[in-house]
Design a protein around this ligand. Structure first.
Ligand code: 13P
Length: 276
């Protein structure tokens, strides 16, 4: 089993100066010595500087989105080769803050426009294919809204997202992917999904992907949990058998709390390696 992956999604936080200061703090914590794979995803504007600063460490660099064309008249978009040139290895695709939810009635439409950028499973699918073509590892985010959970639609929503996001991929490609189960209602709310339930949905994601790619290819697949992961709930979540890591938002903006989450993954890996 590969090491757990702890990825920090910095979202729209961090000037270059702020990002470099956080990287320095992370370097002091010597995360390379721990038994976990670590990735940080700063804003696009800080990628180059952070890539330079990460030299000589094992910390991987991730981007928060990617467009599916290599170049062209697509104002504001970032192409896969622009990311690989900067040493990016992971890319978050289909985060709920970029997916559109315009079909779902929301209490505050203005807030909806501010939070979402009209991403859907078709664009996620195109981005996943483009990322793979350029050697980037997608971290595909899926998750249900509170209304969908309350209506008992969680499994149907997740199943549909995973199937549509993977449409037309080779079985071997599916085996290289990372999924992140991020229930929309748990993101930035402090309301974490309870660990056995997060484990159940992560297992569902793995099952659907395995049906599409076969048991052998699925060995390399990782399913993370994201949504209010903090140092005090990380152990419970990461110790679940079907959770292969975490996608951390707010808590990744502090070196101390991010490092504590990584150290939980390390302790669990050691425990497992010792056959316990
Ligand atoms: P929080 O950890 O702040 O809830 O964010 C989760 C997330 O969206 C990671 O992609």
């Amino acid at each position: 089993m590969p090491d757990q992956l702890i990825a920090g999604n910095w979202k729209m936080h961090g000037t270059v100066a702020w990002s470099l200061a956080l990287v320095e703090e992370l370097k002091h914590r010597n995360l390379d010595a721990l038994n976990a794979e670590v990735c940080i995803c700063p804003p696009f504007t800080a990628l180059y500087a952070v890539h330079q600063a990460l030299r000589g460490t094992e910390i991987k660099l991730g981007a928060q989105d990617v467009f599916w064309k290599d170049q062209g008249a697509y104002t504001s978009q970032i192409a896969p080769p622009m990311l690989t040139e900067l040493g990016v290895s992971y890319v978050i695709i289909g985060h709920s803050e970029t997916r559109g939810r315009f079909g779902v009635p929301e209490p505050d439409f203005t807030d909806e426009i501010l939070r979402h950028f009209g991403e859907n499973d078709a664009t996620v699918n195109l981005k996943v294919k483009a990322a793979l073509l350029h050697g980037l590892t997608p971290i595909i985010c899926v998750g249900e809204t509170l209304a969908e959970r309350q209506a008992g639609q969680t499994d149907a929503v997740i199943t549909a997202q995973v199937k549509r996001d993977l449409q037309g991929l080779d079985p071997a490609e599916i085996g290289c992917l990372v999924f992140a189960y991020e229930p929309v209602w748990a993101i930035g709310t402090g309301e974490v999904c309870d660990a056995p339930e997060a484990n159940r949905v992560c297992a569902l994601i793995r099952r659907i992907a395995t049906e599409l790619c076969g048991e052998e290819n699925a060995q390399g697949l990782r399913v993370l949990y994201g949504g209010s992961v903090k140092p005090d709930n990380a152990h419970d979540l990461l110790a679940q058998p079907h959770i292969d890591g975490a996608l951390v938002g707010g808590a990744s903006l502090s070196a101390a709390s991010f490092a504590e989450i990584v150290s939980h993954a390390h302790k669990i890996a050691n425990h497992r390696n010792n056959g316990a």
